[in-house]
Design a protein around this ligand. Structure first.
Ligand SMILES: CC(C)CCOP(=O)(O)OP(=O)(O)O
Ligand SMILES: [Mg+2]
Length: 237
C-alpha cells in the first residue's frame, strides 16, 4: 500500500485526452472538457486527503490557442465557472494560484482568477496551481528579463545570479515546493509539451494510458505506487 512518509510533496499533472474521450463516447468536445473539469475536482480532493502539498494542473497551454474558436471560447467559459464557483471550497481549505500569462485572458476571467488567489492565499490545505495559458519557455524568458533588468538598474550583480535567485523569478516561486516530485501525463502521450521546463529537471515521470476523464482513484494510486519505491538520485550516486 501507499506509505504516507513517501508521498510526493508536489505532483504535476498534464490532463490530456479529453477530445478522444468525447469521441469514443459519441459526445461533444465540450462534454469532454466538462468531464475533465469534474475529474480535476476529484483529483484535487484525493491529493488533499493524501496530504500532498502542491498540485499543479496543466489546464491550457499557449499552443492551445490554435484550436477552433468555439472550443477555446468554451474552455475559457469553463475556467471562469471553475474559478468563480463556491462549491466545496471552505471545507477543503484549498489555496489556488494561477500560473501563465493572464494579460490576454478576458477581463472577467482575469479578475476571477486574481480574486480566487487573493481569497485563498492564506489557506493551509493543498495548494492547487493551475497553469492557464502557460509556457515553460515563456516562464524562463520572463524570469531572464526580470533578472536582466535588475542587473541593469544595479539591484543585482551578475556574479550573484544563482539557481535560487533564478527560481524566485519563475511563476512557480509562490509554491512552498516549486519543483514537482512526480509528473503524471495521461492519454498515452509521452512528452512534456512546454510545461514547467526548469522546474521538472529532476521530476519522476509517469505516463498513464487512460484518458484523463477515465482516470479513477486507483489510477492515481497506481502512479503514486510507481513513484514511492523510486530512488531519487538527482544525477548523483
Ligand atoms: C486543454 C487541454 C488540457 C485538454 C486536454 O485534452 P485534449 O483536448 O488535448 O484532448 P485530446 O488529446 O484527446 O485531443
Ligand atoms: Mg491532447
Amino acid at each position: 500500500g501507499l506509505k504516507l512518509e513517501l508521498m510526493p510533496k508536489h505532483v504535476a499533472v498534464i490532463m490530456d485526452g479529453h477530445r478522444r474521450w468525447a469521441r469514443q463516447k459519441g459526445l461533444s468536445v465540450e462534454q469532454g472538457h466538462r468531464a475533465g473539469g469534474e475529474k480535476m475536482k476529484v483529483l484535487t480532493r484525493l491529493c488533499n486527503q493524501w496530504r500532498i502539498k502542491v498540485l499543479t494542473l496543466f489546464a491550457f497551454s499557449t499552443e492551445n490557442w490554435t484550436r477552433p474558436k468555439e472550443e477555446v471560447d468554451f474552455l475559457m467559459e469553463l475556467f471562469l465557472d471553475l474559478a468563480s464557483s463556491q462549491e466545496n471550497l471552505d471545507e477543503d481549505n484549498l489555496r489556488f494560484s494561477f500560473i501563465g500569462d493572464k494579460s490576454i485572458l478576458s477581463k472577467s476571467l482575469r479578475e476571477a482568477l486574481i480574486l480566487r488567489e487573493e481569497t485563498t492565499k492564506s489557506n493551509s490545505g493543498l495548494h492547487v496551481m493551475v497553469a492557464l495559458n502557460y509556457s515553460g519557455r515563456q516562464d524562463i524568458l520572463q524570469a531572464t528579463k526580470s533578472i536582466a533588468s535588475k542587473v541593469n538598474n544595479g539591484h543585482l550583480a551578475v556574479k550573484d545570479i544563482d539557481s535560487n535567485i533564478f527560481e524566485q523569478e519563475l511563476e512557480t516561486h509562490r509554491a512552498e515546493f516549486p519543483e514537482p516530485d512526480l509528473l503524471i501525463r495521461t492519454s498515452g502521450e509521452q512528452r512534456i509539451s512546454n510545461f514547467m521546463l526548469w522546474q521538472l529537471a529532476y521530476t519522476e515521470l509517469y505516463f498513464a494510458k487512460k484518458l484523463f476523464p477515465d482516470m479513477e482513484q486507483e489510477d492515481f494510486i497506481d502512479a503514486l505506487k510507481s513513484f514511492q519505491p523510486r530512488e531519487r538520485r538527482y544525477g548523483g550516486s
